[in-house]
Design a protein around this ligand. Structure first.
Ligand SMILES: Cc1ncc(COP(=O)(O)O)c(C=O)c1O
Length: 393
């Protein structure tokens, strides 16, 4: 069937790529060993530090987030090292799998996929580890499969309270540039990030922000590494180059995305996403549908995972919404498959795009005969209209 108007890409990443970024991406590819490239690389390598809120180096890989997960582990750890991980959802489980395959011994704290990491459990686990065998604590900041945020600053405090030297590795793949995050102030050792969500870029590049402590650990870490090795990256990056072919055009896009985020101001970007979260939760509440996150301190401004009433298949509903309204909603992942759908409200996104998104969901619920109450869109509009838009300049 012929389609008119724009597709609504409301999965929690990859997100809508703004026209300004699309135009930047479409520039001719240049020699990645020439002087023009060095200017671009230096600009983005320095600019991206603002997004991680750090003054220490950030490396940029041509690769997806999974590669950057692997990089964070192989650069800092040795075969057989113990790491502490938490089952907050599908992505935390996949990161655990990467660690296991790399030959690490993972202490995986079981979870119900509805809560973030409990800082008190971090304390208890580390205080118990008298021989300091645990070398790293790995946490997913925004669990994209559930819409639950773990409180990184509180986790850091508990690591300090336990006086434990473990490194803190954090996945910010779906929170970077959309939920408040401070690599340096929160004492994170490696932050893993990605292009295709809050940074409003296509998939294709990923990041490691590296603390001094992590850099020191990399000198003695013994896991095998080649492509992901920090040392040649950091060496060549100083002059604006890469040890292998970088994603030249995505770096053009990154330069533009960084300008856009700077124009809006990070604090305003975070506040905008929080508003979207509040409005979407107001809609879900009015529909009478539960969301996956249970603790208000862990609600996500990036996505809302909505639970289907018993016996209703979320993917059948999603398919109807796609066919009828040309809108992609996020599927349930892992053990939530078929049980939930996820509404992405991040990136290059505004109030009216959210109104359209929720309109599509509400019409879809009616057409699919999913038991719910009407009025979700209205509740969201009231939430959006009742909040002032004071911005920090
Ligand atoms: C929180 C989180 N971590 C890791 C990943 C994996 O990233 P990629 O699919 O780019 O390898 C994703 C992907 O959506 C994610 O949301």
């Amino acid at each position: 069937m012929a389609k008119s108007g724009r597709h609504f890409l409301q999965i929690p990443g990859p997100t809508n790529v703004p026209d300004r970024v699309l135009r930047a991406l479409s520039r001719p590819t240049i020699d990645h060993r020439g002087p023009e490239f060095a200017v671009l690389a230096k600009e983005v390598l320095s600019g991206v530090k603002e997004i991680f809120q750090t003054s220490s180096p950030v490396v940029i890989y041509p690769g997806s987030g999974t590669g950057a997960w692997e990089a964070s582990l192989v650069n800092t750890l040795s075969p057989g090292d113990r790491v502490l991980m938490f089952e907050t959802g599908h992505f935390a489980t996949l990161w655990r799998d990467v660690a296991t395959r790399m030959g690490l011994q993972v202490d995986f704290v079981a979870g119900d996929w509805r809560h973030g990491v409990d800082p008190a459990v971090v304390y208890a686990k580390l205080a118990d580890d008298r021989g300091q065998a645990i070398k790293a604590v790995c946490v997913v900041h925004n669990e994209t499969s559930t819409g639950v945020v773990s409180r990184i600053a509180d986790i850091r405090k508990q690591i300090d309270a336990a006086r434990h030297p473990a490194l803190l590795l954090v996945d910010t793949i779906s929170s970077l540039g959309s939920i408040e995050y401070r690599h340096e102030a929160w004492g994170v050792d490696v932050t893993v990030g990605c292009s295709q969500k809050g940074l409003m870029l296509p998939p294709g590049i990923s990041f490691n922000a590296i603390s001094e402590k992590a850099l020191a650990a990399s000198k003695s870490a013994k896991l095998p590494r080649a492509y992901w090795e920090w040392e040649p990256m950091l060496r060549d990056n100083k002059a604006g180059f890469f040890p292998y072919t970088p994603s030249t055009n995505i770096l053009y896009g990154l330069r533009e995305a960084l300008i856009m985020l700077r124009e809006e101001g990070l604090e305003n970007v975070f506040a905008r996403h929080e508003r979207f979260g509040r409005a979407t939760r107001a809609a879900a509440k009015a529909w009478g549908l539960d969301i996956v996150a249970v603790n208000p301190a862990e609600y996500s401004g990036v996505l809302t995972a909505v639970m289907m009433p018993d016996g209703r298949d979320a993917d059948t509903f999603r398919q109807l919404v796609l066919e009828r309204f040309d809108m992609s909603l996020g599927t349930g992942l892992g053990k939530l498959k078929g049980k939930i759908f996820r509404i992405g409200h991040l990136g290059d996104f505004n109030d009216l795009m959210l109104a359209g998104t929720l309109g599509g969901v509400e019409m879809g619920l009616k057409l699919a005969d999913v038991p719910h109450k009407a009025g979700g869109v209205l509740a969201a509009l009231e939430s959006l209209a009742s909040e002032s838009l004071e911005s920090v300049s």
